[in-house]
Design a protein around this ligand. Structure first.
Ligand SMILES: *Cc1c(COP(=O)(O)O)cnc(C)c1O
Length: 337
């Protein structure tokens, strides 16, 4: 099976840029959900903690427990608490959910400022605070999520304004119950939309991994991709002119050509939709259908760099770097280079 290399230099470079953007390391929460976007959650947690990051964000409680030792607090975006843990906080996405959380749990209330996916409505804020207090929960945060911070439109301003409204109201309500929640709205793109960070924290995922893309017109920060995917050679052959490769024989050699199979396929996250029209950063063409455990490239190298920027592979598939990274096989070996 192929393997993954991670660049510590790129990670630190990206963290420097993010810390500079928000003014302090203390406002950075690293988003490590889904195996840290395929990078390896524990490896990333450890490196970010060494850098001085104190906050992390994941999807499930199980993910949080894997990395909690490295951080002051881990926010869980989409899971029910199984116990009360002073280092974990749980996003509350609906009013009904409040009644299902055990008393004593630390929560961060999600408010819908325009994405219309999760979160309570602005008008439900007072009711939500009342319900949380009644249930015996401790509100340590109020948050929202941006739907299109990377696009050149007014949507970011509109959600930003709505969240400022939320902050004002929530601060007052917090006083009533003796809570001082932290406020956070921005994902990676949002973090780079304003020159000044007005909130207590930002939740950065894709920028940390160096694959943030924003519309032309924004000055996208010079981040560096952290992850590279490599394949090991299985077999080499000389393909004669007119011979075809792999399932359905969709590639036909126009001239004699040396090709090799490598030990990566769609079961490892090498999306099949890039079949027969992807070239590696070194210009090595992929040939024929990508199969479950194998892919053929016009190379005879023992080790082949498949991509060093997930966005390039994503373009060949017709998707985004996030999906390519998040779907990388858990079993691939990951190591710092
Ligand atoms: C995944 C996620 C993020 C991180 O988004 P990026 O675009 O990768 O920075 C932030 N907040 C929430 C709620 C998320 O689900």
């Amino acid at each position: 099976m192929g393997y993954i290399t991670l660049s510590r230099e790129a990670l630190i470079h990206n963290l420097d840029i993010i810390a500079h953007q928000v003014g302090t390391k203390d406002k950075i929460a690293v988003v490590l959900k889904d195996n840290a976007y395929g990078h390896g959650a524990v490896l990333m947690a450890q490196a970010c903690a060494e850098y001085g990051v104190k906050q992390a964000v994941v999807r499930t409680e199980a993910e949080a427990l894997e990395i909690v030792e490295f951080f002051g607090n881990v926010l869980i975006l989409g899971d029910r608490p199984s116990h009360v843990n002073p280092k974990l906080s749980y996003a509350v996405n609906t009013l009904e959910e409040i009644g299902k959380f055990p008393s004593g749990v630390r929560v961060e209330l999600k408010v819908d400022t325009g994405m219309h996916r999760n979160g309570i409505a602005l008008q439900e804020l007072e009711e939500a605070f009342g319900k949380m207090a009644e249930r015996g929960l401790v509100c340590v945060g109020v948050m929202s999520h941006l739907r299109s911070a990377e696009t050149l439109s007014s949507e970011w301003y509109w959600q930003r304004r709505n969240f400022d409204e939320v902050k004002k109201k929530a601060r007052k309500l917090g006083e009533r119950y003796g809570w001082e929640p932290r406020f956070h709205l921005s994902n990676s793109a949002g973090t780079f939309r304003s020159s000044e960070c007005e909130d207590d924290m930002v939740r950065v995922g894709i920028a940390l991994y160096g694959c943030l893309e924003m519309d032309k017109g924004f000055s996208t920060p010079p981040l560096k991709p952290v992850l590279s995917l490599w394949g090991n050679k299985i077999a080499t052959r000389l393909l004669k002119k007119g011979e075809r490769i792999g399932y359905n024989g969709i590639y036909e050699a126009a001239a004699d050509e040396v090709v090799s199979t490598y030990d990566l396929g769609y079961a490892n996250g090498l999306d099949r939709l890039a079949s027969n029209h992807y070239a590696t950063p070194e210009g090595v063409a992929q040939r024929g259908r990508i199969s479950m455990d194998n892919a053929v490239f016009a190379s005879d190298a023992e080790e082949l760099l498949v991509f060093d920027n997930a966005n390039d592979y994503a373009r060949a598939v017709g998707t985004i770097g996030y999906e390519i990274l998040a779907c990388l096989d858990f079993r691939l070996k990951r190591e710092w280079r």
